[in-house]
Structures are given as C-alpha cells and as structure tokens.
Design a protein around this ligand. Structure first.
Ligand code: NDP
Length: 327
C-alpha cells in the first residue's frame, strides 16, 4: 500500500483526499516507478480544484509530471533502480499521475534521467522547463543563431519564460524579456540573463499590420494580441516559437508578416513531443542550466498541502516552482 492524492467527483464538484492505494490498483503499464518528486503546475491546479475541465474520469490521481526510480519493469529498456522522469502524455489527466508514491506508466512515456540531474532538480525544471527547451530548439532548427539578432521572450517571469531567458542567455543570445511585473521581477530577469526589460503594456498597444523590425526570434507564452503584435515586429526571415495562451487562445493577426517578411510561426507542444526529441532536450537542460537556477524562489510541499496550494496557484498567489515531495 502507498499514499496518493485521489480526486473524486461529487455533485459536479471535485473532491481531493489523501488515501492508500494498493499496487494492484495501478493502471496498466510496463514500468512501475517509486515517485520521489512531482511538481504543481497551473494545469494541476485546474484539475485538483475542478476549476478547469482537465479530468473526465474519476477516481483520478493528478500530477502531470514526476521523477523517481524504477521499481519493476517488463520492458527491456528499463531496469529496477533506473532514475527516470516523465512529463505529459495525458498522465495526471486521463492516466493516474505523479501525486502518489508510485506510478505505473508505459515505458515509451519515460525519459532516463540524464547524468548529473537528480529527481528534485528534474522537477524544478518540470514541464515548464522542458517546454522552454523545445522552444529554443525550434528557433535553432529555424536557423536563428546568436548572430541573427535579439530574441524576445513574453511572459518572462512565468515558468516557461524564465527558463527560456536562462537557456537563451547561456547559449549566447541577446534576450529582451517582456513582463507585466517589471517593478517586482526586472532584477531577477536580468540575473537570469535578460539584457533588456520590455513593459507588457508596450506590447498591448494595437498593432499595425507591419511595424518596425526589432526581433530575430521570439518565444511566446502569451498568445492573443501580444503574439499578434510580436509578429508585426519580427525581422525579415524571423521565427516565433508559440507555446502558450496566458493572455488568451485567439490570434487576431494578418498574413502580412508571413507573406512580406517571410516570418515563420512555429507551434511547440511538450505533451506529445516524440521521445528522441525529449531525451535530447533533457540532456541539454542538464548541461545548460547553472547551479544557481535551482536556488531560485520556490517551495517544497507535502502531499497533504497540495489541495491548499492548488487553490493558491489558480489565484496567481504562488511564486516560483512548487515541488511535491513523495518519499
Ligand atoms: P505561468 O503562469 O508561470 O506564466 C505565464 C506568464 O505570462 C506570467 O508569469 C506573466 O508573466 C504572463 N502573463 C500572465 N497573464 C498574462 C496576460 N493576460 N497577458 C500577458 N502576459 C500574461 O505559466 P507557464 O510559464 O507555466 O506557462 C505559460 C503558458 O504556456 C501557459 O499558457 C501554459 O498553458 C503554456 N504551456 C504550454 C505547454 C505546451 O506544451 N505547449 C507546456 C507548458 C505550459 P509576467 O508577469 O512576467 O508578465
């Protein structure tokens, strides 16, 4: 028996409680993992509070990412004792997830933890960090180099944005960070490697079909009017990696940046990203992120504290990463 956070639905509201689960009750999968850390993401907050329709089958164990050690495996690629990390694949949404002391998943969903990275560090990076790395790789694949010019990162003090700023700066790019919380976060963003800070309000002004060319590349976590504005300011042949919708899921733009400036809009998804690409991304994360990255603001909580923090994260009251310690 082991401990898990279990979600049930009663009278259309989601109820969370800590319960004991027998290993036999775990869902199908060829690898069983002793979870050391999970992390609390915005999506987990929506799932646990029921504020968003993330979960459709109950009972469910939430937790969209986790890191731990293999207990048993019927797949030859993994042996007992192997350290592993998992993000995405609908785990914690439609397959029991990481907020339990054990999880059973498909081997194909796992990534071996790169040497030099422990479970705690892997969850400090989490889904947000992996997504940032995939965005950087999308810009590189589009031929954007440090010599191409400045890179804009929107939603810069968020989970994805702050890792994107760190990675780009480590790779030698000049980074401009867009934030709505400059008074609070400008110093931190500069510490992470941003060369300049752009006020969010500057990119909220209505966009003309084409504006002055400013950015060789951009990583956008915001969507909507901000992404539309960024597209109008891209250099000829520039590329934008779009991964988020913090400002809305619409995109009120014109075709002008695409047809007159050869601007490329690159979609980035981490949930169903192919395994080889994930493995490469995790390797690079382990090599690029400095030790100081893991000392940023954040908190480690117990499974019992998760419901309280889930409420706080959807109210925007949580600063930094929240790790959930399972063992
Ligand atoms: P966070 O909530 O940590 O960060 C989002 C940031 O965006 C905030 O910190 C804020 O930054 C800025 N922001 C918030 N609201 C607005 C707004 N209305 N207008 C403009 N800027 C705003 O989220 P994450 O970094 O974890 O995720 C960012 C986005 O990426 C989310 O939409 C998330 O769903 C998505 N995502 C997508 C993934 C994928 O696979 N494609 C995977 C992971 C996340 P500041 O205060 O600096 O302005």
């Amino acid at each position: 028996m082991f401990k898990a956070l279990i979600l049930n639905q009663q009278d259309k509201t989601t109820q969370a409680h800590i319960g004991n689960i027998d290993s036999n009750q775990l869902p199908e999968g060829d690898v069983t993992v002793a979870v050391e850390y999970s992390s609390l993401n915005y999506k987990d907050g929506l799932a646990i509070t029921g504020a968003g329709k993330i979960i459709r089958q109950f009972p469910m164990v939430p937790g969209i990412d986790f890191a731990g050690t293999v207990i048993t495996s019927s797949n030859s690629r993994y042996q007992a004792g192997d350290p592993v990390v998992l993000t995405g694949w609908g785990v914690g949404e439609n397959h029991w997830g990481g907020m339990a002391q054990q999880a059973r998943v498909k081997a194909d969903w796992l990534v071996p933890l790169p040497a030099g990275l422990n479970a705690e560090q892997a969850m400090f990076i989490g889904t947000a960090g992996l997504t940032a790395m995939l965005c950087v790789q999308a810009l590189e694949d589009a031929g954007i180099t440090p010599e191409s010019g400045e890179i804009l990162v929107t939603g810069a003090s968020g989970g994805v944005g702050s890792v994107a700023v760190t990675l780009l700066s480590k790779l030698g790019y000049r980074v401009a960070a867009v934030t709505g919380r400059a008074a609070q976060n400008a110093a931190l963003l500069k510490q992470l490697g941003a060369e300049s800070i752009i006020e969010r309000s500057e990119l909220e002004e209505p966009a003309k079909p084409l504006e002055k060319q400013r950015w060789a590349g951009a990583i956008d976590t915001v969507g909507s009017n901000m992404l539309a504005k960024v597209l109008t300011q891209m250099d000829y042949n520039g590329a934008v990696a779009a991964c988020g919708l913090a400002g809305g899921f619409d995109l009120p733009t014109t075709v002008m940046p695409f047809i007159l400036r050869n601007v490329r809009l690159l979609g980035v998804d981490s949930v169903y990203c192919p395994v080889e690409k994930r493995q490469q991304a995790w390797q690079r994360l382990s090599q690029l992120l400095p030790a100081s990255f893991y000392q940023q603001a954040g908190q480690t909580i117990s499974l019992e504290q998760v419901p309280e923090f889930a409420q706080a994260i959807i109210k925007g009251q949580v600063t930094g990463r929240t790790l959930v310690k399972l063992s």
